[in-house]
Design a binder for this molecule. Structure first.
Ligand code: NAP
Length: 187
């Protein structure tokens, strides 16, 4: 028996990078995986390369309706949701204090913070009904250590770490674990 046999997982930002590798690893361990991202061609191609247990749903995590539809599709297809990986989001632009750009900052927050929170919200609604589940939020050393990355990205990742703690307190008593990677042990 494999580690994730018959588990149902969503991985956001799975069209490339770390998310694509997570999706591969989950399928290898026996999970049914729904890959999410904005680029349809890459997502469809990645999912079909992983075989029958992987599918792709076009999703912009900064759009709440997209994330709601992603979770609804997953539950309709598989009947449950065991693992939500909120991974979507790229590197920051290296902004400094004097180079701060409000629009760029809002876009960074929309993907990393709103996106993670929408994923947590809709996954939690399903997991509460099951009274089980695991939510994993992709953080960064930049959220702990100042100067590691740009101001906007670092601030967004600090928020991801803290919303992870708050969500864990909110959901833990209902059998739902919420952790961040890296730094699960610091949360
Ligand atoms: N690489 C590192 O060294 C590192 C270190 C610490 C933390 N992280 C974190 O790990 C995560 C993945 O990083 P990565 O290096 O794999 O980045 P990446 O190679 O740039 O991949 C980013 C992924 O996120 C997706 N994405 C971006 N914006 C999105 C949106 N609005 N809605 C849905 N999907 C979106 C992209 O797909 P589409 O373009 O198809 O939407 C892509 O699949 C990020 O949260 C990043 O902050 C990375």
């Amino acid at each position: 028996m494999k580690t994730l046999d018959k588990k149902v997982a969503i991985v956001t930002g799975a069209t490339s990078g770390i998310g694509a590798r997570i999706a591969e690893a989950f399928v290898h361990e026996g999970a049914h995986v729904v890959l999410a991202g904005r680029r349809e061609a890459e997502g469809e191609s990645k999912a079909s390369s992983l075989g029958e247990t992987a599918t792709f749903v076009r999703t912009d995590v900064s759009v709440e309706e997209d994330v709601e539809a992603l979770v609804a599709h997953t539950v309709e297809r598989h009947g449950r949701l065991d693992i939500m990986v909120n991974n979507a989001g790229g590197p920051g632009n290296g902004a400094s204090v004097t180079g701060f750009d409000g629009e760029v900052f809002q876009r960074t927050l929309a993907v990393h913070v709103h996106g993670t929170m929408y994923g947590t919200k809709y996954a939690a609604r399903q997991m509460l009904a099951q009274r089980s589940g695991s939510i994993i939020n992709m953080a960064s050393l930049a959220g702990k250590v100042a100067g590691w990355s740009g101001l906007d990205y670092s601030t967004a990742k600090a928020a991801v770490l803290h919303l992870t703690r708050c969500s864990a307190v909110d959901l833990g008593e209902h059998g739902i674990r919420v952790n961040s990677e890296p730094f699960s042990t610091l949360v």
